[in-house]
Design a protein around this ligand. Structure first.
Ligand SMILES: [Zn+2]
Length: 194
């Protein structure tokens, strides 16, 4: 019984790993924040160079299939399938290249407020008017360095910028607190500071 359970478990894990590693991004790639493209199925995210490599992978598979010895009807089907995959991936890439990208918005001002009750930082981000669509306007994060640093890997460059400013403010406040000094509860960062 124990053996059976272990076998099932490892099989499922292997299957899951296969699904993740071999995802064909069959539903295409979506534009996500920054200059990244994301597969809605496996969540893999890549830049345009990564998309180019993904196309090249398909071209290589197709070329390898063509270089194989003259095949039977089955080989023909496989080659056609691989060629179709090359076309599909190229189409995905061309579409992504042709979508006019929203110029990444630069905030004009960032207000960071420490919430002592919630032990967190709340951020409000201000942009020059007219405010670009779809930009992040608020971020809140626990007042712990680890949590703040996690934001550094956010796909949105504005959130990454904000993580730097929160970190700066957090370190500044922590130092004052260590020295027994009262720490300010809010800080405004202007565009010339980031
Ligand atoms: Zn995928």
């Amino acid at each position: 019984m124990r053996v059976a359970q272990g076998w099932e478990r490892s099989t499922i894990l292997v299957h899951m790993a296969d699904l993740i590693e071999n995802c064909l991004h069959s539903e295409g790639l979506m534009i996500s924040a920054g200059s990244e493209y994301r597969c809605p199925v496996c969540e893999e995210s890549m830049d345009l160079d990564g998309v180019g490599r993904w196309v090249q992978d398909a071209e290589r598979s197709r070329d390898e299939a063509y270089s194989m010895v003259e095949g039977d009807g089955f080989g023909e089907i496989v080659r056609e399938e691989l060629q179709r995959e090359v076309y599909r991936r190229r189409r995905v890439m061309y579409e992504l290249e042709n979508v006019p990208r929203v110029v990444t918005a630069r905030p004009e001002m960032i207000l960071v407020i420490h919430d002592a009750v919630e032990a967190s930082y709340g951020c409000r981000i201000f942009y020059k008017e007219p405010r670009p669509a779809g930009v992040v306007e608020q971020v809140s994060v626990g007042a712990v360095l680890d949590r703040i640093l996690e934001l550094r890997s956010d796909p949105d460059p504005v959130v990454r910028l904000i993580s730097e400013k929160i970190e700066e403010f957090h370190v500044f406040r922590s130092k004052l607190s260590e020295d027994g000094e009262p720490a300010p509860e809010r800080r405004v960062f202007y565009a010339n500071e980031f």
